[in-house]
Design a binder for this molecule. Structure first.
Ligand code: PMV
Length: 338
């Protein structure tokens, strides 16, 4: 099959990847655990061309496609090179990609984007049957390490490569802890800022080591990881929630205390965090977490979803709310973008 389309979802990290042993290869300093989402998806179509060069198209707000920034194209082409090398092939591709959610707003568009691109390119080369391990490893090598977790659904852990036996390159890939059917959690995303973030997560990883609190965070992680694994296994939101809030605050403390500092939060972020605390005081189990951006993911159970979403929608600082939840992972689709 020469034209292949994949819809790959974003993920929200409960334990965050922040700081790398090797930034080029996206080898993390610490294990991370995430939930793969359902509706926040990147759709990517890849077609093999008879000759010429790779062509990259990015969807535009009017629904058409345009040429992306040269830097974006460069990262895509480099990833296509990795997939070609892995498959032992050398044909050029035409690629088109579209997100169902605001790009580069801290909503993990690079995770879903590179997971979709990697799988669609592998599929176009006839490798739809590639193992999750290979795809996760390939997606990670895009440089967006969290993409390694978006190639599978449900609850996913990307272990520390050191712990898995080597820190040079392989093995470093994600593993599914539980599928989506295991635990129906919802993620209500309060969008307080739309548009690209000012500082990339790549820059955040690079600077993380300069924070005086970074070493302390690494010391605290083993216990948090254990709690999150247990919370997922036992479907215990009140065990998971406090840990995911600590994790989110830690990431931002480290970002804010890096040299130079990075401030991802906006006034809207604080308003949402306050509202989530109030919801809890009223007896609801809802917990907030942020990746490298200002928007807030509120994790809750299905019974609380309506109330959480309505309360967040009512906040003047919130532009809109995306109702998402745990998803089954990427899918090959029969309708193509071009
Ligand atoms: O995958 P990257 O390099 O975009 O880094 C992801 C960083 C966070 O989203 C903040 C945390 C995570 O584990 O997803």
């Amino acid at each position: 099959m020469s034209k292949t389309t994949v819809a790959a979802p974003a993920n929200i990290a409960f334990v965050k990847y922040w700081g790398a042993r090797d930034l080029e290869k996206a080898l993390p300093m610490n294990p991370s655990i995430s939930m793969t989402l359902d509706h926040c998806v990147t759709r990517c179509t890849v077609e093999i061309l008879d000759g010429g060069h790779d062509e990259v198209w990015l969807s535009e707000p009017d629904g058409g496609f345009g040429s992306p920034e040269p830097e974006f194209t460069r990262r895509i082409v480099e990833q296509l090179d990795r997939v070609r090398e892995w498959a032992g092939r050398d044909e050029p591709f035409r690629v088109a990609t579209r997100n169902t959610f605001p790009s580069a707003a801290g909503l993990a568009s690079s995770a879903s984007g590179f997971a979709a691109l990697t799988m669609a390119a592998a599929g176009a080369l006839g490798r739809q049957d590639a193992s999750a391990k290979d795809l996760s490893q390939l997606a990670r090598r895009s440089g967006s390490g969290s993409a390694s977790r978006s190639v599978m659904g449900g609850y996913v852990e990307w272990p520390d490569p050191g712990a898995a036996g080597g820190i040079d390159d392989e093995p470093s890939y994600a593993l599914q802890l539980a599928d989506a059917g295991h635990w129906d959690l919802r993620d209500i995303i309060a969008v307080v800022e739309i548009g690209p973030k000012i500082v990339s997560s790549r820059e955040g990883h690079r600077l993380a080591h300069t924070s005086p609190y970074y070493t302390r965070r690494l010391e605290l992680l083993p216990e948090r990881l254990q709690k999150v694994r247990r919370a997922i296994e036992e479907r215990d939101l009140d065990l998971l929630g406090p840990v995911l809030e600590e994790e989110s605050t830690d990431l931002h403390i480290i970002a804010m205390s890096s040299q130079p500092p990075i401030f991802y939060w906006s006034p809207g972020t604080v308003a949402v965090l306050r509202a989530v605390r109030e919801l809890r005081q009223e007896g609801l189990s809802a917990y907030a977490t942020l990746d490298a951006g200002a928007n807030v993911h509120v994790i809750c159970d299905p019974d609380s979803e309506d109330e959480v979403a309505e309360r967040l929608e009512d906040l003047p600082a919130v532009g809109f709310v995306i109702r998402d939840g745990v998803g089954e992972g990427p899918e090959y689709e029969t309708t193509h973008l071009f």
